[in-house]
Design a protein around this ligand. Structure first.
Ligand SMILES: NC(=O)c1ccc[n+]([C@@H]2O[C@H](COP(=O)([O-])OP(=O)(O)OC[C@H]3O[C@@H](n4cnc5c(N)ncnc54)[C@H](OP(=O)(O)O)[C@@H]3O)[C@@H](O)[C@H]2O)c1
Length: 264
């Protein structure tokens, strides 16, 4: 059985993914929707034309993740698509954040996302795709959003790296890096939207647009999906600086190796 897995399917961009890809997955028999909110996923499943399986799960809970591994081993599906959308963020100074909030971000955005990909890989074949949610927050450190931005920098680095590793197996990874998107995430993260900077409020996009771009980038096997002019500009600027830094780092390493060689 060919399946697509979508995490974070109860809300925001995960939900939007399910809606948009349902009509486009011609070689997929069933979509598995994952999140904690069973009622919201059942409501979504009721509106979809495809066969769906609703799997209520707290991905931040290690025992529930292990149970999901068993679900996979019993079903032994072929995973055509994994859209890893679940994520949480809390805004505020690091010293003022609760340990619970910090743990929640690290468990879900870092550990659960990594382990879920690892669990799904054995069921993927040539042509399978992974859409991995990072954020534009990955590109620069963000005081006031430190742990969230760092967790998304991890997701970005992880997504790019496994994308390169898996290319030879024909498995394509698109790391999705949106700027602010109008979903319930913003209310959870900021409490009050007035806390958002004017620039963030001004550049907030709607979920259907961001998801449509990510689906398109995934089809074209693009490594990164960055939607909207401001976030693309930030992405390109930070990438250029990184590429220059990498170039000089590689040059200086080569020069010092050459120097050592002549001294020997
Ligand atoms: N919105 C933005 O401005 C923005 C910008 C850049 C990146 N992102 C990233 O985009 C992704 C999607 O976010 P969104 O904007 O669509 O936010 P959202 O509407 O708040 O959706 C988050 C999803 O994650 C699920 N989730 C949260 N904790 C979970 C847990 N412990 N176990 C399982 N599922 C859990 C939620 O479902 P339940 O609560 O039902 O479990 C929900 O379906 C996230 O990774 C986020 O970091 C968002």
């Amino acid at each position: 059985m060919n399946i697509a897995i979508i995490t974070g399917a109860s809300s925001g961009m995960g939900r939007e993914f399910a809606v948009q890809i349902a009509s486009q997955l011609c070689r997929t028999d069933e979509i598995w929707l994952l999140s904690r909110n069973k009622a919201a996923m059942e409501e979504l499943a009721g509106t979809m034309r495809m066969r769906t399986r609703v799997i209520p799960i707290d991905l931040a809970d290690e025992r529930e993740l292990k149970r999901f591994r068993e679900v996979l081993s019993i079903a032994a599906p072929k995973i055509t698509l994994l859209a890893s959308c679940a994520g949480v963020g809390s805004h505020g100074l690091f010293a003022a954040q609760t340990e619970d909030d910090i743990q929640a971000m690290l468990r879900l955005n870092v550990t659960a996302q990594t382990m879920l990909v690892r669990m799904c890989l054995p069921y993927m074949r040539r042509g399978s795709k992974i859409l991995l949610f990072s954020s534009g927050a990955a590109f620069v450190p963000q005081p006031g959003f430190s742990v969230y931005a760092a967790s998304k920098a991890y997701a970005y680095s992880f997504g790019r790296a496994i994308g390169a590793e898996l290319r030879g197996r024909g498995i394509h990874v698109t790391t999705v890096c949106p700027g602010p998107v109008d979903t319930p995430f913003l209310a959870h993260a900021y409490g009050n939207r007035e806390e958002m900077s004017g620039l963030k409020r001004l550049t907030t996009l709607d979920a259907p647009r961001v998801v449509a771009k990510a689906v398109n980038d995934c089809k074209r096997h693009r490594a990164v999906s960055a939607c909207g002019l401001p976030i693309r500009a930030l992405y390109l600027a930070t990438q250029s600086v990184q590429n220059i830094a990498q170039y000089f780092f590689a040059c200086s390493e080569t020069l010092s190796e050459e120097r050592k060689e002549t001294e020997r």
